[in-house]
Design a protein around this ligand. Structure first.
Ligand SMILES: Cc1cc2nc3c(=O)[nH]c(=O)nc-3n(C[C@H](O)[C@H](O)[C@H](O)COP(=O)(O)OP(=O)(O)OC[C@H]3O[C@@H](n4cnc5c(N)ncnc54)[C@H](O)[C@@H]3O)c2cc1C
Length: 317
């Protein structure tokens, strides 16, 4: 089923999870250990992130260095298929522009379609670690909206090979990202919302937000979306804080604020076990308020901490 069908048919707030593919070299069992405890909560869908490759310099025997491309977390398409096969739950494959030519993207979309994976979250991806700003691959898509147009073309039977006759139409439901605290590169919220609206006008069916720790930011964002004519569901993304280190890492990586009360409570914690408890209780309060407000889905970034997410969802059900 498509994500938008899950949302449209729901009588109550749904739950969904987001996972990362295991690091290269780890087997699929690492993923099952992560996901098995979460499946008791009947998630409507599970998102699987996509990761671009990174350039690394490897020392050769003659002392010189060679540049190699390494993808640390491969396997998004395979994991989506494995999830659908093991749990009979819909998987949402993330797709990114960065590091992919349009031809490679088309091949990935063909694989997804053959596997019956009809849900994609279409993203630009971040700049490569050695780049100061995002640069598309030669022949790749620059913005999420360009990648979206490629997916929509395939949904209309238009592939890159123009002389392909009677090509099968794919059937992808397209979600896109939104930022309650603004995308960090956008000069202001207004321009960010205009580009978000362009994605919606081009055919995005729902929005999943960047994590936030202050529900007011989500509520204001949804209001701003409605004010500019964005009327599709806005799915809130939630992540638990589980260590003191994250007080700096999260703002630096995801460009979101940690509210003062949460920050103060975590600073007073004696160890990471106490931080986990505080992070869990904070996310539980966020979830309760969002559920009461009637959000379509509570989408949890599980990122290595499934037990905290499990505790929260258990309390909510
Ligand atoms: C829910 C969610 C899931 C994510 N999953 C992944 C993942 O799996 N893998 C991964 O690598 N990253 C992931 N990301 C991170 C995401 O790739 C980055 O935040 C990236 O920097 C922006 O992606 P986007 O799709 O929002 O880009 P876009 O919508 O392309 O926007 C990027 C920036 O360009 C601006 N912009 C948009 N269109 C135009 C235009 N036509 N002209 C000028 N400016 C424009 C926007 O305002 C914004 O500042 C995720 C983010 C979220 C919120």
């Amino acid at each position: 089923m498509k994500v938008i069908e899950h949302i449209n048919q729901a009588q109550k707030t749904l739950v969904s999870f987001e996972i990362l593919p295991p690091l290269k070299g780890k087997g699929i069992n690492a993923l099952w250990e992560h996901l098995d405890p979460l499946m008791d909560f009947n998630p409507s869908f599970i998102n699987v992130t996509y990761h671009r490759s990174e350039s690394m310099f490897k020392k050769k025997t003659d002392g010189t260095f060679e540049k190699v491309e390494v993808r640390k977390r491969p396997g998004t398409v395979g994991i989506c298929a494995a999830i659908m096969n093991r749990y009979k739950v819909d998987a949402v494959a993330h797709l990114i522009c960065g590091g992919f030519s349009r031809q490679e993207t088309e091949d990935a979309l063909i694989d997804l379609a053959f596997l019956g994976i009809d849900n994609v979250l279409v993203l630009r991806g971040d700049a490569a670690k050695n780049e100061s700003s995002f640069e598309p691959e030669p022949g790749g898509n620059r913005y999420a909206i360009d990648l979206m147009r490629q997916v929509i073309n395939m949904n209309n039977g238009i592939y890159l090979e123009e002389d392909l006759k009677n090509a099968v139409k794919t059937n992808f439901c397209i979600g896109v990202a939104g930022y309650p605290e603004k995308h960090f590169e956008a000069p202001n919220m207004k321009s960010d919302l205009q580009f978000l609206k362009a994605k919606v006008d081009a055919g995005a069916e729902y929005i999943t937000t960047q994590m936030f720790f202050d529900n007011q930011k989500y509520f204001e964002f949804v209001k701003c979306c409605r004010d500019v004519g964005i009327n599709i569901p806005v799915v809130p993304g939630l992540k638990p804080i589980s260590s003191k280190k994250q007080l700096n890492v999260i703002p630096r990586t995801f460009h979101v604020d940690i509210p003062e009360d949460l920050y103060n409570a975590i600073c007073k914690a004696k160890n990471d076990a106490e931080v986990e408890q505080i992070g869990m209780e904070w996310m539980l309060q966020q979830s309760k308020e969002l559920k009461k407000a009637g959000v379509p889905v509570l989408h949890y970034y599980t990122l290595g901490k499934p037990q905290i997410v499990a505790q929260v969802v258990k309390e909510l059900i």
